[in-house]
Design a protein around this ligand. Sequence first.
Ligand SMILES: NC(=O)C1=CN([C@@H]2O[C@H](COP(=O)(O)OP(=O)(O)OC[C@H]3O[C@@H](n4cnc5c(N)ncnc54)[C@H](O)[C@@H]3O)[C@@H](O)[C@H]2O)C=CC1
Ligand SMILES: O=C([O-])CC(=O)C(=O)O
Length: 312
Amino acid sequence: MKVTVVGAGNVGATCADVLAYREIANEIVLLDIKEGFAEGKALDIWQKAPINVYDSKTVGVTNDYSRTAGSEVVVITSGLPRKPGMTRDDLISTNASIVQSVTENVVKYSPNAIIIVVSNPLDVMTYCAHLASKLPRNKVIGMAGILDTARYRAFLADEIGCSPKEIQGMLLGGHGDTMVPLPRYTTVGGIPVTELVAKDKLDAIIERTKNGGGELVKLMGTSAWYAPGSAAAQMVEAIVKDQKRILPVCIKLEGEYGINDCYLGVPAVLGKNGIEKVIELKLNSEEMELLQTSRKHVKEVMNVLDNMAAKA
Ligand SMILES: NC(=O)C1=CN([C@@H]2O[C@H](COP(=O)(O)OP(=O)(O)OC[C@H]3O[C@@H](n4cnc5c(N)ncnc54)[C@H](O)[C@@H]3O)[C@@H](O)[C@H]2O)C=CC1
Ligand SMILES: O=C([O-])CC(=O)C(=O)O
C-alpha cells in the first residue's frame, strides 16, 4: 500500500505523520520542491517509529516523481497558505500553477491513483486537479468538509460539555464563508442538537465554524495543519481500507442537488473507488438557498481559473 503526499509543509508533513503512526499505508512518499525538506521531515517521522511503535515507512524526495510511481492515493498539499488579511481565493494565481504541474507529474507515474486535493482555494483547486489529471470525478476529491464539520463538532462539544465523539454533523457547500452547516442533520448521542443547544448559541457556533480557518490564521499568522492533515489522512484511510465511510467531501456535482458542473462539498460514500456514491439530502428551502449562494461563489472562482487558463 503506497501513498504519496505532495508538499512537506505543515499540512503535508502532518498528514504523512498520521498515515505512518496509524499504519494507514505501509509506504509513504513525501515530496517537496524544496531541496532536502521532505527528506528531513520523512526521516524525523521514521525516527518516531520506535517511540510510537509503528513500522510504516516514510520516505522523503525532492521533486523526483519517479519515486512516487504506483501510488494508490496521492494527497496534494503543495501551495501557499494564506496570511492574515487574505482570503483563500487570493491564493488562486500562485496555487493553480502549482496544483496543475504537480497533478500532471502525479498522473504520469501513478495513472490509477485517487487524488485528494488540500491546497486552497479548495473547491477550485480540486477542479484544477480534475482538469490537469483528466481523471473521472470519483477519483479527484477535495478535503474540506471533514475539517469544517470537525470544527463544528469541537465547538458543540465545548458548548454542551460532552465528548466530541458523541457529535455527528453534516455540512454542505464550498470551503469558505458560504459553507452550509446543517443543524437539522446534527445529533449528540442520537439526540437532535436543537434539543440541547439554544438557537442563539447554535447560530454563534455556525458563524464561528464558517470563520474557523480565518480564526486560526489570525492567531498563528499562517493556516491550520493538525486537523487538516488528520482529515486528509482519514480520507486516505477510507479509500485504502475500502471503509465505505460517509464523509463530507468536495466533488464535481453532476445534477445532484439540482447543480451541474460545480465543485462543492456534499456527503458521499468513500471506498476503494474513491467516491462511490453521492448522497442527496432532502433540503428545505432555506438550506437550498444557502447552498445556491455557495455554488454561485465557487462558480465565480472557477470562472477565474477558466479565464486564467484561456489567457495562458
Ligand atoms: N482544504 C483545507 O481545508 C485546507 C487547506 N490548506 C491549504 O493547504 C496548502 C498547504 O498549507 P501548509 O502546509 O500550511 O503550507 P506550507 O507552506 O507549510 O507547505 C506547503 C509546501 O508546499 C511546497 N511546494 C510549493 N510548491 C511546490 C511544488 N511545485 N511541488 C512540490 N511542493 C511544493 C512548499 O515548498 C511547502 O513546503 C495551502 O494552500 C493551504 O491554504 C490548509 C489547511 C486546510
Ligand atoms: O483557512 C485557511 O486558509 C486554511 C483552511 O482552509 C482552513 O484551515 O480551513
